[in-house]
Design a protein around this ligand. Structure first.
Ligand code: DAH
Length: 345
């Protein structure tokens, strides 16, 4: 009985070594027959029960050696068939191998943060308004209650176009408020994301180009309570359920009253850290009730309508959310930086 099994093993070896498939199909049939998950070489290990105890060890060794030899024979046949095909067709390599993975791109972190903000305000019924980056003086400043020689123009160092002194690169997305209100009658409920420019010395904290999202809501009876509730909703959606907000009185030419909004520091849970400078609060945006003078400038009757507005920087929020310490990274297109960001947005 035992002799039989050793004999069978030797026969199988001869059979395998003698097999010389010449096509890829024949080679695959060889692989399935001998090396496959239901192949003969699996079967061999079941014969061991017929081997007397003192010979089991020997048999196991031989069976393993045969398995390895069969694998080596298969690899050699495969290279030979591939080499033949290469000679005939010029196609190199293992054509049955899966293709190399296609690297997936990543969204820019500013796009991720902007899309999140848009998503939140879309839930409240805000529509997206986009407009030009090369703007005229009137929409950027004058309509927004910042006439020439108004001291507030100093807050924003402006790039004017050399050959067109009335034209400039918009210093804020507030210009889209003027664009929208001159085009459309209330009710108006928009957010305006986009790029803005200021003549700033470039450093880790400041850049000459950056991004903002503007918000504007004009209708009958819009109140400061509406503003506060809208921003509170935004803060919780953006920074988490437990986020608190606080509004500090401030000044902007186009709103009255004006405020700056802080959110409770989401990095340290308002316990105090170097990001919130141990105050527990981080500043996120400027806001206020649309100044009646602005409504008048764009032909909306301030006795009939009122509105609120807000504007926020994107880079600052992205830096806080992702703990990025240099604003220049956003504009350098270094793939090592960019590929770290993944998002559903
Ligand atoms: N435009 C302001 C800036 O760039 C931000 C801002 C403040 C926008 C208050 C607003 C607002 O709409 O109401 O600094």
């Amino acid at each position: 009985m035992a002799e039989d099994v050793f004999q069978k093993l030797a026969d199988l070896q001869r059979e395998i070594e003698g097999a010389q498939p010449e096509t890829a199909e024949a080679l695959e049939a060889f692989r399935i027959k001998y090396l496959g998950s239901k192949g003969l070489l699996k079967e061999v290990f079941r014969w061991i029960k017929d081997v007397p105890p003192e010979k089991k060890r020997d048999f196991g060794k031989q069976a393993n050696a045969l398995k390895q030899a069969a694998q080596a024979h298969y690899e050699a046949l495969k290279s030979r068939i591939e080499a033949g095909r290469e000679r005939e067709t010029g196609l190199k390599g293992d054509l049955s191998a899966p293709g190399p993975p296609i690297p997936l791109g990543a969204r820019h972190p500013l796009a991720i943060v902007t899309n999140r903000i848009i998503h939140i305000f879309t839930k409240l019924g805000f529509a997206i308004a986009e407009d030009r980056e090369i703007e005229d003086d009137w929409h950027n400043f004058t309509a927004m209650n910042t006439p020439e020689n108004h001291p507030a123009r100093d807050m924003q160092d402006t790039y004017y176009l050399r050959d067109f002194p009335e034209m400039l690169l918009r210093t804020h997305t507030s210009s889209v408020q003027a664009r929208t209100m001159t085009r459309q009658k209330p009710p108006i409920r928009i957010i305006a994301p986009g790029r803005v420019y200021r003549n700033e010395t470039i450093s880790a904290r400041a850049h000459a180009q950056f991004h903002q999202v503007e918000g504007l809501y004009v209708d009958k009876n819009v109140s400061f309570a509406d503003l506060k509730q809208t921003l509170f909703f935004f803060a919780r959606e953006m920074y988490g359920e437990k986020t608190r907000i606080r509004l500090r009185p401030s000044y902007f030419p186009f709103t009255e009253p004006s405020a700056e909004m802080d959110v409770s520091c989401f990095i340290c849970d308002a316990k105090g850290c170097n990001i919130c400078k141990y105050t527990g609060w981080v500043e996120i945006l400027g806001c206020g009730m649309v100044d009646p003078a602005v409504l008048e400038n764009v032909g909306i009757d301030p006795d009939e309508y009122s509105g609120f507005a807000f504007g926020m920087g994107i880079e600052r929020q992205a830096m806080l959310l992702y703990k990025i310490n240099d604003i220049r990274l956003f504009f350098e297109n270094d793939a090592r930086f960019l590929k770290q960001f993944t998002s559903a947005f």
